[in-house]
Ligand binder design. Structure first.
Ligand SMILES: Nc1nc2c(c(=O)[nH]1)N[C@H]1C(S)=C(S)[C@@H](COP(=O)(O)OP(=O)(O)OC[C@H]3O[C@@H](n4cnc5c(=O)[nH]c(N)nc54)[C@H](O)[C@@H]3O)O[C@H]1N2
Ligand SMILES: Nc1nc2c(c(=O)[nH]1)N[C@H]1C(S)=C(S)[C@@H](COP(=O)(O)OP(=O)(O)OC[C@H]3O[C@@H](n4cnc5c(=O)[nH]c(N)nc54)[C@H](O)[C@@H]3O)O[C@H]1N2
Ligand SMILES: [Mo]
Length: 765
């Protein structure tokens, strides 16, 4: 249940005593397994476990406590004492639980036993693993016999490299590339943008670059809540005098000030480090215009320098020998006019020129970004615009510089590396064919948005979920929840209960698995798994805690059993051998990608992880032109709302007390919002214009003109420092407002950061 509602601005820094207090409050609120605090010692250590929260880099020389408030909350969550066991499911019908908040579903505790949904009793009932796999196998085989393209294999970005490798192979042996993943809602815009621009699909920055950078440009990423361990390298850079320039519609505390909880002197003296020297409150969807403005100002300053015979601001040598398309890009910038840039970005020319001065005077610059850039109609173009800016001064492929997309889930980047991809061009299918003696499907599979379209149309018959909370994370909640039960089979592999488990196909299973922090004992002994972080380093991870229930299976075992039960026997695929010994899966990964995983098992202990090769970091450009490409954006506004006069641009975002759809509590400390998540943050001018007052109960309605009514009611108005014309509210509560078709062009990431909405006052129409 929510605490009392308390809304008042937060005065403290990110981190600091507030984070320590929050942690202990959290630990005390839900009963924990004994020894959970001890477990934290192993978090993000070379011989420990990789945090199950975010994907930020794990340093070679970790702090004694190399975890953040939210990483610790994620560990605590995996070790809460509560159990969603067969007794629990006997007490609550599925219909009843649909009325529960996300918080209460997760608080039911760890799942303990395989469960089958019984529509006659409206309850989940216990079932043996043997019977579960037998029926799932029969159903999957029957669908496959008619059309293997009708089954979807979703993956949330937490499962290990080993599980993910087995999972993608299962889908391809089954006969499709229907491997949508959480990345399709997240950094897919990155995965589409960066290969075109610089020939790699991932960032080019490693941790060491933070020690050498002169300036960090930070776009649309909430470091204090979503990747707090990154505050350490940021604090280091800031102390060295590196400039930090933030672009964010909201003033996020982690981007402003930080007290390092690992630093006793700072904690005792109340000292804090200023993070951003410049803070630009860009309009939602206004980053293309903002970056174009900085680039234009740089170009104009460069013109002046050349005319005066002074040192140039552009890196001519780099542009000539390493890039393609600069002349067109410069022409584009020159044609832009300042009033249009100011109107779209919501920032003044003077502010953008100031950012350009900082950019132009820094020798090495890192560009960091998150969902604030990727989750828009033109998310791909926005990411490419940031790369353009970096290319102008050769800021890719040298120390202290580069592009740094901050990934979400702890292994989301790694899943793509080992073949979780709807696009078969990204996977060495010929090698899979040779290794496992089969004909892999060559047709493109379904992305997350396409899987949703198929579920709504009724062309998808089965959904297998490897973790995650698909139905709650995707847009278009209402139509999706209606369509879901038409499927013939739904299987959810999970650790805790969530809303996706309450909408079931005609045959439906909920299969509980081990979490990454738990001891994974198989026939050949204790297993380790591996993950890839945001800086393309692979890490080993060992579980330390006793499993939540004796009846849990590991994810590799569950995948192996589903594969064996549903696919014709294939003597070349050792499903049992792999589930018994994960090092054999790593050998299979090495056979599939020798350049990435050669000697992988032997190298697992390396502190700081095993570095994946990054050609763009070495200035080798694997693009269509053989060079880094300047790319022109399609329009100046990244937002669907640009075409809807009068619309507010709704940003859906995360609080400091959640991991995606898993709500840990109702305390968004840095934003000063406690006790409720049903709020809408509004600019005071907009409040006056719309005639609403603080605390008033309002409804948001999508302005989409497509015949579908989308609304979320019961939102409480909170005045907030946010640009006029923008508003913000929490994800996933506001997902019913996002039309499925409003996704990024090219990458199909749902446009969750600037949904065109209108505000309606309760009782009025
Ligand atoms: N504790 C915790 N950690 C997490 C997660 C979590 O839920 N909780 N989720 C994980 C996952 S899967 C992901 S993908 C990441 C997400 O981490 P982030 O990328 O930080 O994602 P969001 O919290 O959605 O917010 C993005 C930021 O973008 C800003 N923003 C919104 N619209 C715009 C815009 O148009 N332009 C600009 N410049 N900024 C904008 C918002 O104000 C917000 O500060 O975090 C990961 N880590
Ligand atoms: N409106 C809006 N929508 C969004 C976003 C947004 O910013 N705004 N963000 C998008 C983003 S970036 C993402 S990544 C998606 C997230 O989408 P998902 O990845 O699908 O969702 P999560 O909430 O991370 O999934 C949580 C569930 O994962 C299960 N789980 C946890 N650990 C494990 C494990 O070790 N194994 C298994 N098998 N299961 C486990 C638990 O049962 C838990 O309930 O949401 C997207 N949706
Ligand atoms: Mo994400």
């Amino acid at each position: 249940m929510p605490d009392d509602i308390r809304i008042k601005p937060y005065a403290g820094p990110a981190g600091g005593w507030g984070s320590v207090r929050s942690l202990f409050r959290h630990a005390l609120k839900r009963d924990q397994q004994p020894d959970v605090l001890n477990l934290l010692r192993h978090q993000n250590k070379p011989d420990g476990f990789a945090c199950v929260s975010c994907a930020w880099a794990k340093p070679a020389d970790p702090h004694p406590a190399e975890f953040c408030e939210n990483g610790a909350k994620a560990t605590f969550h995996e070790h809460m004492a509560a159990r969603a066991n067969p007794d629990f499911f006997a007490q609550h019908t599925v219909t009843e639980m649909r009325g529960w908040a996300d918080y209460d579903l997760e608080a039911a505790g760890r799942l303990t036993s395989p469960m089958r949904f019984n529509p006659a009793t409206d309850r989940y009932e216990p079932v043996s693993w043997t019977d579960a796999f037998a029926e799932i196998g029969r159903e999957l085989a029957a669908i496959r016999a008619v059309d293997p393209k009708r089954t979807v294999f979703y993956a949330s970005g937490r499962a290990s490299l080993e599980t993910s490798y087995m999972y993608q192979l299962m889908a391809r042996l089954y006969g499709n590339n229907n491997l949508p993943d959480s990345s399709n809602m997240c950094h897919e815009s990155t995965s589409v943008a960066l290969p075109e621009s610089i020939g790699v699909s991932v960032g080019t920055v490693r941790l060491s670059d933070f020690e050498e950078t002169d300036a960090i440009f930070f776009f649309g990423q909430n470091v204090g809540s979503n990747s707090p361990r990154m505050l350490h390298p940021l604090q280091g850079a800031s102390k060295r005098g590196a400039a930090i320039v933030a672009f964010n519609p909201l003033r996020e505390r982690g981007l402003e000030r930080f007290t390092n909880p690992q630093n006793p002197v700072q904690m005792l003296t109340g000292g804090e480090t200023q993070i951003s020297g410049q803070y630009h409150q860009v309009r939602a969807g206004g980053d293309i215009a903002a970056i174009a403005g900085i680039a234009k100002a740089l170009l104009e300053a460069d013109d002046k320098a050349r005319a005066a015979g002074a040192a140039t601001l552009l890196d001519d040598d780099f542009i000539t020998s390493h890039t393609h398309g600069f002349t067109e890009f410069a022409g584009y910038l020159r044609r832009l006019d300042w009033p249009a840039l100011e109107a779209e970005s919501g920032l003044t020319r003077a502010a953008l020129e100031q950012a350009a001065v900082t950019y132009g005077s820094a020798k090495a610059v890192i560009g960091i970004y998150g969902m604030g850039l990727t989750q828009h109609k033109l998310g791909v173009d926005t990411v490419q615009m940031l790369v353009n800016l970096l290319l102008m001064r050769g800021n890719i492929g040298r120390p202290g510089a580069g592009i740094c997309p901050v990934r979400g889930h702890s292994n989301v980047q790694g899943q793509r590396t080992v073949g979780i991809a709807d696009n078969p061009d990204l996977v060495p299918l010929d090698r899979l064919a040779a290794l496992y003696q089969f004909q892999p499907p060559r047709e493109k599979g379904l992305t997350t948005v396409e899987a949703c379209e198929g579920i709504i149309k009724g062309t998808v018959a089965a959904f297998i979920g490897l973790g995650g909370n698909f139905l709650r994370a995707v847009p278009e909640t209402q139509l999706m929840e209606q369509a879901w039960p038409q499927m013939r089979l739904t299987v959810q592999i999970a650790t805790t209960l969530n809303r996706s488990h309450l909408f079931n196909g005609k045959v439906a299973y909920l299969l509980p698995c081990l979490g990454r922090t738990e001891i994974d004992e198989q026939r050949t002994g204790r297993q380790i798994v591996t993950v890839e972080d945001s800086t393309s380093c692979f890490h080993a991870s060992r579980g330390f805690a006793r499993p939540a229930s004796a009846d849990l299976l590991s994810e590799p075992r569950i995948v192996a059993e589903i594969a064996k039960a549903s696919l014709p026997p294939n003597p070349n695929v050792p499903w049992d051998g792999w589930a018994d010994d994960y090092s054999l899966v790593r050998d299979a990964m090495a056979a599939t990608w020798p350049d990435l995983f050669a000697n992988f098992n032997a190298r697992l202990g390396e502190p700081g992880g095993i570095e994946k090769p990054l050609p763009a970091r070495e200035r080798q450009w694997h693009t269509n032109t053989g060079k880094a490409n300047f790319k022109l954006p399609k329009a100046l506004s990244a937002s669907f709302a640009a075409d809807v006069p009068g619309a507010l641009r709704l940003i859906t975002l995360r609080s400091n007390d959640q991991f995606n759809t898993t709500i840990y509590g109702y305390r968004d400390r840095f934003r000063g919002i406690e006790g409720t998540r049903m709020v809408v943050l509004l600019n005071r001018d907009d409040m006056a214009r719309l005639g609403v007052t603080e605390g008033q109960d309002v409804t948001l309605e999508t302005m989409a003109d497509d015949g579908v009514e989308r609304r979320v009611a019961g939102l409480r108005v909170v005045p907030y420092e946010i640009p006029a014309g923008c508003c913000a509210a929490y994800y996933p509560e506001c997902n019913p407002l996002i039309p499925l078709w409003q996704h990024a062009e090219k990458s199909k990431v749902p446009a969750a950061k600037s949904v065109p909405v209108r505000l309606v006052v309760a009782g009025k129409s």
